[in-house]
Ligand binder design. Structure first.
Ligand SMILES: Nc1ncnc2c1ncn2[C@@H]1O[C@H](COP(=O)(O)OP(=O)(O)OP(=O)(O)O)[C@@H](O)[C@H]1O
Ligand SMILES: [Mg+2]
Length: 228
């Protein structure tokens, strides 16, 4: 199902949006504890690849294997359940729930897995502190800056200690100091908790945190072994 030792892998992934080919036979795999940076020009298929691997977008052809299971063959309900328990996401565009405060947003994935409000919000607050955004905990996403929203989103992705973290330009809205903070926390998740991290970035300083770079071009993914 997945290459030896890998936790998550996509093979022969194809996806078209009408006449546009977003993925054209992409191959990808990641090991536990490994950080892989997806790079490549705008429109090359990075986000689409990430969304297929995460089971958010169903590919037209190809397979995604996760921990011995065929993600592409699962029902929507099975995939949603798996995403909730095993995956963490930082998306390229707004993903926080506008009606909830920041601490409620971060606590949400825990609440959805049955953790009680008080315990969930305590843990959420710890992550907001790690991301240095605890001061905005009672505000709503529309009342904080883009960089603060991004850090709240990172807190929400990490709070469940997921086995795979998908991050689409997680430092795009951040200054270099906060970018380093986010990358240090993603690195900790990989090194200490053995999470697999799949990261889309245009920033070579961010890519330098990765173990491996994969360049996506015209919907295909090429491993740049030892490129940095
Ligand atoms: N929902 C959609 N509907 C139609 N076309 C789409 C959709 N999502 C992506 N595409 C197209 O698929 C191709 C790949 O898009 P994708 O978002 O994967 O690129 P990307 O590499 O993430 O780009 P960027 O660096 O700008 O985020 C592009 O041509 C894009 O216009
Ligand atoms: Mg993108």
């Amino acid at each position: 199902m997945t290459p030896a030792g890998s936790l998550l892998a996509g093979t022969g992934l194809r996806k078209a949006y009408g006449p546009t080919t977003a993925l054209d036979g992409a191959e990808f795999s990641v090991h536990p504890g490994e950080i892989v940076a997806l790079m490549g020009p705008s429109g090359s298929g990075k986000s689409t690849l990430l969304h297929c691997l995460a089971g958010i977008v169903r590919p037209d052809a190809g397979f995604v294997g996760y921990d011995g299971q065929d993600l592409t063959g699962m029902s929507d309900a099975e995939r949603s359940a798996l995403r909730r328990t095993d995956f963490g996401f930082v998306f390229q565009f707004g993903q926080l729930v506008p009606e909830l405060t920041c601490v409620e947003n971060v606590a949400l994935p825990l609440r959805l897995s049955g953790v009680r409000r008080r315990a969930a919000e305590d843990r959420a607050l710890e992550w907001l502190e790690r991301l240095k955004v605890e001061d905005v905990r009672t505000r709503r996403p529309g009342e904080i800056s883009g960089g603060q929203q991004q850090r709240v989103a990172v807190a929400r992705a990490l709070v469940t200690r997921p086995r795979v973290i998908f991050a689409d330009e997680p430092t795009g809205a951040l200054d270099s100091l906060n970018g380093e903070l986010v990358m240090d926390l993603l690195s900790d998740a990989a090194r200490k908790a053995h999470a697999a991290v799949v990261l889309v970035t245009h920033d070579v300083r961010v890519a330098a945190y990765s173990d491996r770079e994969v360049v996506v071009r015209d919907g295909r993914a090429t491993d740049m072994a030892g490129a940095i």
